[in-house]
Design a protein around this ligand. Structure first.
Ligand code: DAH
Length: 434
């Protein structure tokens, strides 16, 4: 340690090295300086080799007058020599800051400029700290100079900040603008098929009446599709419904030609009372044209309970018709034949366009006032027996109609093919929903 640093002159805590160096330079460092305390006379001074001297007796025996004089106030200390406080330095730091602020292109850049030129480690902040090292008479002037420079920098930052914020805001408004007139190349969300929606609407109508929805497989046992429903092996109806057989034929498995096998499945697995509706796909070897398709949709209805009559059947179908086609739309029965019902009927629904008034010019019903809808009847006791239901206790009714047909009437559709060709533009027109 240099003896100079051991002087008894009060030292400021935290003075920078620059200040110390400057202060040191202003003093005579010759060993003969009268203010200097010899390392030999300081009790705690280190020897040149670094070991602590023990408090030697010569020091202890010295009288007050014999002790070396302590240094007084440092009157010849020249603050002008503190480099960071020189006016050229301060001006240069201020100008550099102002140039950087003016050059900050965006808010991020300005943030960095603020750190570099107005932050704790910036040249002006460091110079500001040096002010404290000056004697009181020099502090004021230096303080003013630095304060003005810092003020100018802070003002410039604030002004630039305001400008950049406005710019940012305006840029955001432009960048985030959504041009709703631009065409979109986004994949449109898919939709549910109109027939699916129609099937669900029909199912909902039955559920609202307290019925259940039953389902069966589309690949069905021949026995359930025909035999259980009173169509014997040679029954002409078996060939009337042009059947898709699966191979090997000996397995007696078909693509179901109707939803009626779900009747049999339901009676075989549940005990009456039974109130079920069964919507689903069916298959026949039909040509594909405006009114036929090898795959189409039916909904089957089956009720088995005590005391069920044709009147219950009529009431149920009238309700379904009015729910699907509009208030006041009812049905009529025409005598017919189905192996699984006795008596059987064809069911027509009142034309919901002309409602039977001036029907001659009606395109929808072609002058009939009625539209063919499906088949129905009282469940044949032979079917009840085949499916394990006691015909002496229970009676029932059943019906079946085309869902696609119902959809076509409802929407005045003359060709059913668009229903099966998967063009979303067609589906979307019917209000497909996710
Ligand atoms: N399954 C018949 C068909 O596809 C329709 C049908 C008629 C169903 C009378 C029935 C019914 O349940 O009782 O043509």
């Amino acid at each position: 340690m240099h003896p100079e640093q051991l002087r008894a002159r009060p030292q400021r805590v935290g003075r920078s090295r620059a200040a110390k160096t400057a202060a040191a330079k202003t003093h005579d460092q010759s060993p003969t300086h009268p203010n200097r305390t010899s390392w030999r006379t300081n009790r705690f001074a280190r020897t040149p080799t670094g070991s602590l001297d023990s408090p030697v007796s010569t020091t202890l025996t010295q009288t007050h007058d014999e002790r070396p004089e302590l240094s007084g106030p440092n009157t010849d200390y020249d603050p002008v020599e503190v480099t960071p406080l020189k006016s050229e330095e301060v001006e240069a730091a201020r100008d550099a800051a102002l140039a950087a602020i003016a050059g900050a292109a965006d808010l991020d850049a300005l943030k960095q400029v603020r750190l570099d030129h107005a932050g704790d480690r910036s040249p002006l902040a460091l110079a500001n700290r040096e002010i404290g090292a000056l004697p009181p008479q020099a502090r004021k002037e230096a303080g003013q100079r630095i304060g003005q420079a810092r003020g100018a920098v802070n003002q410039a930052i604030a002004a630039r900040q305001a400008v950049l914020e406005v710019e940012h805001e305006e840029r955001m408004l432009v960048e985030e603008t959504v041009d709703v007139t631009l065409p979109t190349d986004r994949a449109r969300p898919g939709g549910r098929h109109p027939i699916t929606l129609q099937s669900e609407l029909i199912a909902d109508i039955f559920v609202a009446m307290g019925w259940e929805i039953a389902e069966g497989p589309v690949v069905e046992a021949e026995w359930l599709n025909f035999d259980a429903l009173n169509l014997g092996p040679d029954h002409p109806a078996r060939t009337l419904q042009d059947t898709f057989w699966t191979e090997p034929v000996e397995n007696h498995v078909v693509l179901r030609t109707q939803t009626s096998p779900v009747q049999a499945r339901t009676m075989l697995t549940r005990k009456p009372p039974i109130y079920v509706a069964c919507p689903g796909r069916v298959f026949r070897t039909d040509e594909y044209d405006a009114t036929h398709s090898p795959m189409f949709h039916q909904v089957e209805g089956l009720v088995v309970d005590e005391g069920i009559t044709m009147a219950h059947l009529k009431g149920s179908l009238d309700h379904l018709a009015s729910q699907l086609f509009g208030d006041g739309i009812d049905t009529r029965f025409r005598p017919s034949y189905f192996p699984f019902t006795e008596p059987s009927a064809e069911v027509d629904v009142r034309c919901f366009v002309c409602r039977g008034v001036d029907s001659a010019s009606c395109r929808t019903c072609r002058g009939e006032g009625w539209i063919e809808w499906g088949g129905c009847g009282v469940v044949n006791p032979r079917v009840l027996v085949a499916c394990g239901v006691d015909p002496d206790v229970y009676t029932g009714f059943a019906f079946g109609m085309g869902i696609d047909r119902s959809f076509m009437f409802r929407h005045d559709l003359e060709d059913l093919r668009p229903l099966f060709e998967g063009d979303v533009r067609f589906s979307a027109a019917f209000g497909t929903e996710i």
